[in-house]
Design a protein. Structure first.
Lengths: 614, 578
């Protein structure tokens, strides 16, 4: 009788754990390759495998103990009804029962304790492996996936794995033992009563099958409507300014009502069908109860069995039917666990950034002489982004890249830093193919200031030190001063120890950019990449940043991408990139004289300014 | 939290019927063990086959009644909870749509979405649970106690001991477990935070080669999560067997006491079996009750968050009959700001705009320039009444906007917001947002003006290309151009471009401006921009600095007289010219 309490979800008051109504199962994602994934999951158990024989033994022992309880209860009843009337016999049975219950308690506790440890260690390892794998993947991997998708591998999928290890495996084991054991015990006690009892089994199968088939379709349908509704809500709430500006409130509400109604209808159907499962199981239980009582009663009247057998049977039939009912559920949890594991393994199997060549050189003191030699590149083979790009940048020179959006400017710098590797051609740094350097030393020689600076949660000091973890406080402050960041940092109550929220949300765009510049100054790279570093900053702040940037660029090979042409006029070389090719190259004055594309761009932006200022 | 009254009124009767069915169901469950004990104690003991069959038939009948009640209850409960949830969600959504930005800004946008999805679900689930088991559990618990005591008062002593202990254990479990699971949640948040940060900053990590640092950070969070989860699940692994053990010991006690009773002849064997059955029923319902409590806490928090939204009122008022474009002397497309001050927090708040006065004549193009945070967007938000002024007056076509229904006012105005927002659907549908009955020719004309036609036509499906969720990803500049086309198709009297060409390259931007100038005869156009070149040919330029007007005039006058404007100019033209 005690088995049924074990499976109650009541002991999980934690947030995020939904309450499951009887039989209300959501759609289950199915793994593509069940057996292969299970094998890998088994490997993932690693050293934890040594605990499994013990766990298995405990589950078996506990299962057998639980089988003995109804038998003992039946014997006790018999002892009372006088067939084997003797109070001392009753005492022995009761003591045995007491012992088995205490042992059961101890074993269940031990089992829970062990399983918790095993599950947590395996899952922690999987999370760790996943995160460490992410360190080795190329940028292309991150560019082709949404953050939400990767986050869900870490959270939902691993959660599913954890549930399926901690619950399903033991439930499956104890379920099988309970079913088989109960069946054997019942047959031993009374084959006729067993037969009567088993009448309900096909009923259970038939009903759960029919209902599960129907509900799985309905739940899928419900899930898709819910997705649509959530999408609509998300869109209209985040875009509410536009909704209101265009007087679209009524239409948004009407659209909402349409999806909401569909959701309501399908949700109702799904709920009614799945809701039938619990009362039906209850009815079947009661039916079994009644059948045992009636048939048992008849047999007892005829003296073929004792009353104690009826009492035992009442328990056994319950122990027999309940796991049958749960098996489907257990299998679902197991399946989504395996599917989750599969998605995690998918990431673990992704191709890593190609390893450095074994003889790769360490780029120790780069001078910064860069040559692009007939470089072509496409993120996908059928869509070339860069075609036959060649140019040379002398050490310490400033090269500006201009051109319309999507022309390939950012791609050029992505290749230079080996975020991507060229499809054709070669890039040389200080006379050597960049693929012959270790990636680590190559990237260390670059400093980046991008349009959207990324800051980490941590203090301002930690963020500036990111590129040089062993910097002293004096160095940090000197770098901040040079970047003109010291003014606002000193105004903060905690100065350099001010804690930044995620992505520096508590700083303004301009302040974040100044921190990024300070970070680069401290790291002292030989080459510098500025990709739209000031485009999202208002022009007065930009003055300060321009000044800071000018200092950083001194003596360094720098590549500057900018929309505002005013900022790049001093560049040694300006390259106009259009549709993946370099169409013009030269100094500001040269290019103006050519009256080509640069002239057009510049004229558009500055004609009136010049007219006005002269 | 008064909002739920409406729903009680609407669904109360049906919910009560559901609960009546639920009670019938519970009663049926409660009768079973007692009837069974009769079969054993009377039927078997007296070898009365007839009685066994008759009583057995009664059991089957009660089972059937229970089944019918449960099925009816299921249908009713599903109907009520689903309809109630839908209605609540709909009302909440309609409420959100009706609120002014004043009210909306009190909530984070993401939190509004959560309230509409998660919180409504929590309440719906609670309502559903209430009609399924939450009411049944206490009923079975009390009924079970009553039936068991009636069956045999002596054995009920065991219940008097076991039930309070189990109750106490459940209480302790919740009390100790809840904070532990909260800690698990916090640790989980930290792990997710580390991951999110890494994903967002992956280029920087790679650039500085700080993999060890990142892995270290993650490892610490991950290990903390492991420790916290372990302690939480292990506490649970103590309580769960403990509760079972107490109940099982109760069963042993019942057998013991029962055995003594049978020997003395004052207890019947059937009673003992029935009693044990009642004990399990009572325990089961006790656990359910603890779950009810859990759900209640969560649902109450959700209800509170929903109530907050319902409590907001749209306080904007207007004169019913006040419409634009009806009075004879009205100037179409004229805007006047008269000593306007504005603060998001009301009169006592930090002012964002201070005593601003200017006029836009019909057909004029007015540029607004200034640093971030100088109040440019706040200023234009006052024109379509997204917000009402704190002091002063904003007039459109000569009428105080506070007298006009915002919907009527917004018919005359088209806005292209700073943050481009397109909606799920085709390009055509998105542009038609501006004018629902626009012909394809009108849509195309607007797209041409916005320099969007070319790239739209270049896609395989043209105007039928899907945007947004599951659709083609247009670049930022392309989306901006679609959003400009959406505003133009509306053929407004006033067009507001809030820095909406920032992602469009300079050549395309000037083409859009040329197209606007040809088309926009008589259209009043307000142009917010970062680039001086975007506003310099405007009829007048307003320079904003820290919420105040630093200068109004043409490019030439401002360049000669306005210090702030000169600074902006210098920064953009490069050093030597300024």
């Amino acid at each position: 009788m005690s088995k049924q309490q074990k499976e109650l979800p009541v002991f999980a008051p934690g947030p995020g754990r939904g309450f499951r109504h009887g039989g209300a199962r959501g759609p289950v994602s199915k793994p593509k390759n069940f057996s292969a994934t299970v094998k890998r999951l088994w490997q993932a158990f690693g050293r934890e495998k040594r605990w499994l024989p013990l766990v298995f033994a405990i589950v078996c022992a506990d299962g057998l103990l639980m089988l003995s309880a109804p038998y003992l209860i039946g014997k006790a009843i018999d002892a009372m009804t006088g067939i084997e009337q003797s109070f001392s016999f009753l005492s022995i049975i009761i003591l045995a029962l007491l012992g088995s219950y205490i042992a059961d308690g101890a074993l269940t506790f031990l089992q829970g304790w062990l399983i918790a440890g095993i599950t947590q260690r395996i899952v922690t390892n999987m999370r760790q492996a996943l995160f460490e794998k992410l360190q080795k993947l190329p940028i292309a991997f991150f560019d082709s996936r949404t953050h939400g998708e990767l986050m869900s591998r870490l959270t939902n999928d691993i959660d599913n794995v954890s549930n399926s290890i901690s619950q399903s495996t033991t439930q499956l084991m104890s379920g099988v033992i309970a079913i088989a054991g109960s069946l054997v015990m019942m047959l031993v006690l009374s084959p006729i009563l067993t037969l009567a009892c088993l009448i309900t089994v096909p009923l259970v199968f038939l009903l759960t099958r029919t209902i599960a088939k129907r509900t799985s379709v309905l739940f899928k349908h419900q899930q898709s409507e819910l997705g649509k509704l959530n999408g609509h809500i998300e869109e209209t709430i985040s875009g509410i300014q536009v909704v209101k500006a265009f007087n679209h409130e009524e239409k948004a509400i009407a659209d909402f009502a349409a999806i909401n109604d569909r959701l309501c209808k399908v949700g109702m159907k799904a709920q009614i069908w799945s809701g039938f499962l619990m009362p039906i199981m209850n009815v079947i239980n009661n039916l079994g109860f009644a059948v045992v009582a009636i048939v048992g009663g008849i047999l007892a009247v005829k003296g073929m069995i004792t009353v104690g057998v009826i009492a035992s049977f009442l328990s056994y039939s319950r122990q027999f039917v309940r796991p049958l009912n749960d098996l489907a559920n257990i299998f679902n949890v197991l399946q989504s666990g395996v599917a989750g594991a599969e998605r995690v393994f998918e990431v673990l199997d992704e191709r890593e950034e190609t390893l450095d060549a074994p003889d790769a050189a360490v780029l120790a003191q780069p001078k910064g002489h860069v040559v692009f030699d007939r470089v072509s590149f496409g993120y996908r083979p059928d869509q070339p982004i860069l075609q036959n790009v060649s140019f040379e940048a002398q050490a310490g020179s400033m090269t500006a890249l201009v051109g319309p959006t999507g022309a390939g400017k950012t791609t050029i710098v992505n290749l230079l830093t080996r975020f991507y590797d060229v499809t054709e051609g070669t890039i040389y740094l200080d006379g050597k193919d960049i693929r012959e350097y270790t990636r680590d030393s190559l990237r260390r020689s670059f400093g980046f200031v991008l349009q959207d600076t990324y800051l980490f949660s941590g203090t301002i000091k930690e963020n500036i030190m990111y590129g040089k973890p062993d910097a002293t406080d004096a160095e940090v402050e000197a770098a901040a001063k040079m970047a003109h960041a010291d003014v606002f940092i000193n105004r903060l109550p905690k100065g350099y120890d001010t804690q930044l929220t995620e992505n520096g949300g508590n700083l303004s765009q301009g302040q974040r950019q100044l921190l990024a510049i300070a970070r680069v100054i401290l790291a002292r790279p030989a080459l510098l990449i500025l990709d739209e570093a000031t485009s999202s900053i208002d022009t007065r702040t930009e003055l300060i940043i321009q000044d800071a940037l000018a200092k950083v660029m001194e003596g360094r090979t720098s590549f500057v991408i900018a929309h505002r042409l005013g900022t790049i006029r001093d560049a040694d070389t300006i390259m106009v990139v259009d549709r993946g090719e370099i169409v013009e190259k030269g100094s500001h004055d040269d290019l103006l004289a050519q009256k080509g594309m640069y002239y057009q761009l510049f004229y558009n932006q500055f004609k009136n300014l010049y007219a006005a200022s002269s | 939290m008064r909002f739920y009254r409406k729903y009680i009124k609407k669904y109360g009767v049906l919910a009560s019927i559901t609960i009546i069915f639920l009670m019938v169901e519970a009663l049926c469950d409660l009768f079973m063990p007692t009837i069974m004990s009769r079969i054993i104690d009377i039927g078997v003991a007296q070898r009365d086959m007839d009685y066994v069959l008759k009583t057995g038939g009664l059991m089957l009948l009660i089972t059937a009644v229970g089944a019918v009640a449960a099925s009816m209850r299921n249908v009713f409960a599903s109907y009520v909870s689903q309809n109630f949830g839908s209605q609540l969600r709909f009302d909440l959504f309609a409420k959100v749509q009706s609120l002014s930005f004043d009210s909306l800004n009190k909530f984070d946008r993401a939190s509004l979405v959560t309230r509409l999805t998660n919180d409504v679900n929590q309440i719906q689930m609670f309502a559903n649970g209430m009609m399924r088991i939450f009411v049944k559990a206490p009923l079975v618990c009390i009924g079970g106690l009553f039936m068991a005591t009636q069956l045999n008062p002596d054995l009920a002593v065991v219940l008097a001991v076991v039930v309070p202990i189990v109750g106490l254990l459940i209480f302790l479990n919740l009390k100790i477990g809840f904070p532990l699971f909260l800690k698990v949640q916090q640790a989980l948040d930290r792990v997710n935070g580390a991951m999110r940060e890494y994903l967002a900053g992956v280029r920087v990590v790679k650039a500085f080669n700080r993999f060890d640092f990142e892995v270290g950070k993650f490892t610490r969070a991950n290990e903390e999560l492991q420790t916290k989860s372990l302690s939480a699940t292990r506490v649970m692994s103590v309580f769960s067997p403990a509760i079972m053990l107490v109940v099982n010991l109760g069963i042993v006690a019942v057998l013991w006491l029962g055995g003594l009773g049978v020997e003395q002849g004052n207890i019947q064997v059937g009673h003992i079996i029935a009693f044990i059955n009642y004990m399990t029923q009572i325990l089961f319902s006790l656990m359910m009750i603890s779950m009810v409590f859990n759900m209640f806490v969560r649902a109450r928090a959700s209800a509170g968050r929903i109530a907050e939204v319902f409590a907001e009122e749209n306080r904007m008022s207007w004169k019913e009959d006040a419409a634009l474009g009806q009075e004879p002397g009205e100037e179409k497309g004229r805007i006047d700001f008269d000593e306007v001050s504005f603060s998001y927090e009301g009169e006592d708040g930090q002012p964002v705009l201070k005593r601003i006065s200017f006029s836009c004549l019909p057909g004029e193009t007015v540029g607004i320039i200034g640093s971030t945070g100088s109040g440019k967007s706040s200023l234009v938000n006052l024109i379509p009444r997204f917000y009402d002024v704190t002091a002063g007056t904003v007039r459109v076509n000569g009428r105080d906007v506070r007298e006009v229904d915002p919907a009527r006012l917004r018919e005359k105005i088209a806005i292209v917001p700073q943050k481009t927002t397109l909606f799920t659907g085709t390009v055509l549908e998105n542009i038609r947002w501006g004018k629902e009955d626009a012909t394809e020719a009108e849509v195309e004309a607007a797209a041409r003006m916005a320099q969007a036609h070319e790239f739209i036509a270049a896609t395989p499906e043209g105007y039928q290309t899907r945007v947004g969720q599951g659709g083609v990803n247009f670049s930022g500049g392309q989306k901006q151009r679609i959003s400009i086309a959406r505003a133009l198709v509306k053929k407004p009297e006033i067009l507001i471009l809030d820095d909406s060409t920032s992602a469009v390259d300079v050549a395309t931007e000037s083409k859009i401006k040329e197209a606007l100038q040809t088309y926009a005869k008589g259209l009043t156009c307000i142009l917010i921009a970062q680039r001086i070149t975007s506003v310099m040919d405007a009829d007048k330029i307003i320079v904003l600095d820290d919420g105040e007007v630093a200068g109004i005039g043409t490019h030439e006058t401002l360049l000669a007289t306005c210090r702030v404007y000169q600074e902006i100019f210098t920064s953009q033209i490069g050093k030597e010219v300024g």
